[in-house]
Design a protein around this ligand. Structure first.
Ligand code: HEC
Length: 120
């Protein structure tokens, strides 16, 4: 009898927790997005990006807010920018070339580019 009661109460607890359905709350989604952004931002600091780029003003390279505005809503832009960060290149914002970052992993480059594309 004791065992049955214990099992019953576990069922009740589980039911009350899962009761709202399996969809994550809007807050949880927002927290996850914030966490991803912060990771991208931290990677920019960890790498050499900030010696040539700041968010709001042109330095050696374009301001990240200008990059975000230029590619807003463009399909495939993120992928193209990831390639550019890894391989380097010039001619889009002027004659100065961006150095290549051959040792950067694609997934880290993606995190940084995804962050850059959210800068306003
Ligand atoms: C030595 C200076 C320098 C460093 C370091 C640098 N960049 Fe750049 N970046 C540039 C320049 C210059 C451009 C403009 C290139 C062009 O006109 O095509 C640029 C362009 C970009 C663009 C836009 C590319 C395009 O085609 O529109 C992105 C995104 C970017 N950089 C991200 C990064 C990230 C992320 C890092 C760090 C991993 C980084 N940059 C490090 C100089 C730099």
């Amino acid at each position: 009898m004791r065992k049955l009661l214990a099992a019953l109460s576990v069922c009740l607890i589980l039911a009350s927790c899962g009761g709202s359905g399996s969809k994550p709350s809007a807050d949880a989604v927002k927290n996850l997005e914030t966490a991803k952004r912060l990771e991208g931002k931290a990677l920019l600091t960890k790498n050499d990006c900030l010696t040539c780029h700041i968010e709001q003003e042109k330095l050696v390279g374009p301001a990240y807010k200008d990059v975000a505005a230029k590619y807003a809503g463009q399909e495939g832009a993120a992928n193209m920018l990831v390639d550019k960060v890894i391989n380097g290149g010039s001619g889009v914002w002027g004659d100065v070339a961006m150095a290549a970052h051959p040792n950067l992993s694609r997934s880290d480059a993606e995190k940084m580019v995804n962050y850059i594309l959210t800068v306003k």
